[in-house]
Design a protein around this ligand. Structure first.
Ligand SMILES: Nc1ncnc2c1ncn2[C@@H]1O[C@H](COP(=O)(O)OP(=O)(O)O)[C@@H](O)[C@H]1O
Ligand SMILES: [Mg+2]
Length: 309
């Protein structure tokens, strides 16, 4: 049996820019696959090609065994999509939206009603089901869109940044439901720019940067690669020796930015001690000392072994 998602050299060009550049990966039956990358990396464009919203300019996308360029209709009957932007009718109620979805998928009315009630219950929306969607908060809207995507009991679910910008309660309800669905056998493809979310939820993570896949692995492996190095930002009240800083134990890299020094270190605690002693030796005082978490972009640079300035 083929993997539920098989992307081979998938490519999309907008004007002169290649938004998605020969992206290849497979999502296995029963897994939660995270597609992680910073804004503009190509996550939504890839998702749109996989779900048959836009055609690819090169390569192939097979979903549930169907070629999405030539045979998307039957695949769409069997997967669900939570797109990046809300697709519910705001002048209809949640219930009306769900019934409309049921008709679209050709579900019997009684089945659609039973499914809708179950899903609204699981997502904490049952009491508000008769209210027009325009009165919903962003989180409630997103929960409804998830319910709509699940109405026809798809075996595969695509979600494009499903929790981005949502309140804590909505995020929890959504992630809990995704875990339950996955336990019951649903394969899940989800995009995110949140490394923690990918880490907590996903069996495997593919990292995309500037339209290219740079790594695919278990999240723990990606995380440990990132955690091996840390950042320290320090400034002194007078000039200190850059060579002296670079020579300190545990310091791997130094770079000067204005009056601040950016250090990459192996061990933050040891670095702070060494810096204190260093300042004393230089007759200087530490003015600021920060240990910022690496940004996702920096983490990607490290993961892909590309040189850092
Ligand atoms: N319809 C479009 N027309 C032109 N450029 C687009 C279009 N959609 C996306 N892009 C560009 O493609 C790149 C990838 O965008 P996108 O797939 O939305 O990234 P992500 O979802 O990872 O934030 C970006 O540079 C974006 O500006
Ligand atoms: Mg996007």
């Amino acid at each position: 049996m083929p993997d539920p998602i098989e992307a081979r050299d998938l490519t999309k060009v907008f004007g002169g820019t290649t938004a998605v550049d020969r992206v290849s990966f497979s999502v296995r039956q029963g897994e939660i696959f995270g597609f992680l990358g910073p804004n503009g990396a190509g996550k939504t464009t890839t998702t749109r090609m996989l779900t048959g919203v836009i055609p690819s300019d090169g390569g192939t996308a097979h979903v549930l065994g169907y070629d999405m360029r030539t045979d998307p209709v039957r695949a769409k009957q069997r997967f669900g999509v939570v797109p990046e932007t809300a697709n519910a009718y705001t002048d209809l109620s949640a219930w009306q939206n769900l019934m409309l979805m049921g008709e679209l998928y050709g579900l019997a009315r009684t089945r659609a009603e039973a499914r809708a009630a179950d899903l609204l219950g699981a997502l904490g929306l049952l009491e508000r089901k008769g209210q027009k969607v325009q009165a919903y908060s962003k989180g409630m809207k997103q929960r409804l869109i998830l319910a709509m995507a699940l109405l026809h009991e798809p075996e595969l679910l695509f979600l494009d940044e499903p929790t981005s910008g949502l309140d804590v309660q909505s995020t929890h309800l959504i992630l809990d439901l995704l875990r339950d669905l996955n336990r019951a056998g649903t394969t899940i493809f989800l995009t995110t720019h949140n490394m923690e979310e990918a880490n907590r939820l996903c069996d495997r993570v593919g990292i995309i940067r500037s339209g290219r896949i740079v790594a695919i692995d278990a999240p723990e492996k990606l995380k440990s690669a990132i955690e091996r190095v840390h950042r320290v930002e320090v400034s002194f009240d007078r000039e200190v020796s850059g060579d002296g800083l670079a020579a300190l134990e545990t310091v791997l890299l130094t770079a000067r930015e204005g009056d601040k020094w950016q250090l990459v270190v192996e061990d933050t605690d040891a670095a702070v001690r060494a810096l204190t002693a260093f300042a004393r030796g230089q007759g200087a005082a530490i003015v600021t000392l920060n240990t910022p978490a690496p940004s996702l972009d920096e983490a990607f640079l490290r993961l892909t072994g590309e040189a850092e300035p």
